[in-house]
Design a protein around this ligand. Sequence first.
Ligand code: SAH
Ligand code: MG
Length: 196
Amino acid sequence: MREEELKKIKQKALDEHIPIIMDDTLEVIEKYLTNLQPKRILEIGTAVGYSAMCFSTFLAENGVIDTIERDEERVKEAKNNIKKVGVENKINIFEGDAVEILPTLKDKYDVVFIDAAKGKYPFFLKESLRLIQTKGVIFADNILYKGYVMSDYNKHKQRTAVTNLRKYIKEISENPNLETEILEVGDGLAISKLKV
Ligand code: SAH
Ligand code: MG
């Protein structure tokens, strides 16, 4: 892993306003990954590969990350970045809409990181629950969406996103198989551990 390259990629993404994972959110997830030593991670929303590359250092030996991205330009950039950093043997990018790709996946994952279209979070949860390993952990980024989710904010532009993020929170909170916490790090992070 070439740390210097990764730093440059992070700075470029920040300069271009690509919504990469925030430092405090990353710190929390990295603590979990240190303990879990996952063999397989699924990420929904690659962008330019930053979070996937950060996670890759925490994989067990021969572990892999499968990550899904629908934006063609970002897929190209992510592939370049992953080569530059030297982790191409650990990260597979699936190009396309996660809504179509997820139902085609069959092998289980130790960790899922949801970080894509907010309006699709309930669907991503359903697929994550199907794909998660016993005792696995599902993380969902941007779950508090700038505070809109916990306020009575009701502007039409973000309404679908907010409604679906609330639905996601309700479902993870009520699911008896999950132990869930929601942290106010970054843009909000939901952590759901499978009890069995
Ligand atoms: N995880 C990245 C940031 C992801 S930003 C990091 O922290 O470095 C969210 C990305 O999800 C965007 O690049 C967007 O194009 C992608 N995306 C949004 N909805 C998607 C969908 N339905 N299928 C696949 N990719 C999606
Ligand atoms: Mg995010």
